[in-house]
Design a protein around this ligand. Structure first.
Ligand SMILES: NC(=O)c1ccc[n+]([C@@H]2O[C@H](COP(=O)([O-])OP(=O)(O)OC[C@H]3O[C@@H](n4cnc5c(N)ncnc54)[C@H](O)[C@@H]3O)[C@@H](O)[C@H]2O)c1
Length: 323
């Protein structure tokens, strides 16, 4: 990675800051693009950026305040930095809030992604790795979910934007010859996890003895994936995408658990019983996710290592250190 100049969009966020940190550890020169979107507290994002600056050592990290909805600012950043790889993680994340603001999600996730692709083309950057999502599988009746399954029936605006990104990225590959990896992340957790996500919420609320809102009867299931495993998959995709041209890969944990099992695990880690405030299932939420990793194991040597309980213990330890 030492000769690599990498733009990481969303570098101030959860997965972006872990990814940028791993690149710095490998000696890459990294430019982070992020507008510190107010979806959650910008102080958390500033702290993530400070941690990256502290991690620079011999490598180089710079952050540029850049809104990916602004094509000219994106283009200027690419022209100034001249990346040979782009890892595009910036997005409006979250299924439920996308139902409140579908146009806003489309603008950032789809048009913003097109701006990234256009800027990459303008500076001759031919290696692009983008975050997609397990949500593109919708309520796929078949498990585990394979990259070859149909993904034409998203059930939330967020999922529809991620599927749209896969389509525009494919067109970009065909028209420009750039190599493009679309990575379908399955519910990611670990230190610095987004505060709106279940594990983060449950750890803080159960720890404080506050009730947790639980949607549905607890039988929905998710294939939780530890962030270091995701980062390993992202870096492997950077290294191998040139062999493939355009490729979709699942990055999951391959150990789905039910919501009830998740709550039991978080409670055991925290050492406190949960107080449950049960609510009806939310529109947009899928019943289950489970990644078929056959392709990513074979082509990326992707091999998730961190079990859910171990990862939750590390996340709690991190939360206590950063309280
Ligand atoms: N966390 C998960 O479980 C998960 C699962 C599937 C896919 N993903 C995808 O992975 C990526 C990273 O997710 P995350 O969980 O780290 O989320 P995050 O919200 O922590 O990070 C996203 C970053 O994008 C930035 N951003 C938002 N709008 C922007 C804009 N207009 N211009 C520039 N920057 C902008 C935000 O400020 C934020 O720092 C996203 O594309 C998300 O859709 C995440």
């Amino acid at each position: 990675m030492q000769d690599q100049r990498v733009i990481v969009t969303g570098a101030a966020g959860f997965i972006g800051s872990h990814t940028a940190g791993a690149l710095l550890d490998r000696g890459a020169t990294v430019l982070g693009l992020d507008n510190l979107d107010p979806f959650y507290d910008a102080a958390i994002k500033r702290r993530n950026l400070d941690a990256l600056r502290a991690r620079e050592r011999g490598a180089s990290f710079e952050h540029r305040d850049c809104d990916i909805r602004d094509a000219s600012r994106v283009r200027a950043a690419f022209e100034a930095f001249r990346p040979n790889t782009v890892i595009h993680l910036a997005a409006r994340a979250g299924v439920r809030p996308s139902i409140e603001d579908p146009a806003g999600y489309a603008l950032t996730n789809v048009i913003g992604t097109q701006h990234i692709l256009d800027a990459a083309e303008a500076v001759g950057c031919k290696r692009i790795v983008c975050a997609s999502s397990s949500s593109v599988y919708g309520n796929n009746p078949k498990t585990p979910f394979a990259e070859t399954d149909r993904v034409d029936e998203p059930i939330s605006p967020y999922a529809a934007t991620k599927k749209s990104c896969e389509l525009i990225a494919h067109a970009h590959h065909r028209l420009t010859g750039a190599s493009v990896a679309m990575l379908r992340f399955f519910t990611v957790f670990g230190p610095a996890q987004r505060p709106d996500l279940a594990i983060s919420l449950f750890l803080s609320k159960i720890g404080a003895g506050e009730p947790i809102r639980v949607f549905g009867d607890g039988s929905t299931s998710r294939d939780y994936t530890y962030v270091d495993d995701i980062v390993a998959g992202v870096l492997a995709a950077c290294e191998r995408i040139d062999e493939h041209g355009y490729r979709v890969w699942n990055l999951g944990g391959d150990h789905p658990i039910t919501l009830s099992e998740l709550i039991d695990t978080v409670s055991a880690v925290v050492g406190r019983a949960p107080v449950i405030d049960r609510r009806p299932m939310q529109p947009g939420d899928v019943d289950r996710t489970w990644a078929d990793l056959t392709r990513s194991r074979a082509e990326l040597a992707y091999n998730p290592k961190t079990a859910v309980r171990e990862g939750i213990e590390r996340q709690l330890q991190w939360m206590r250190q950063h309280a």
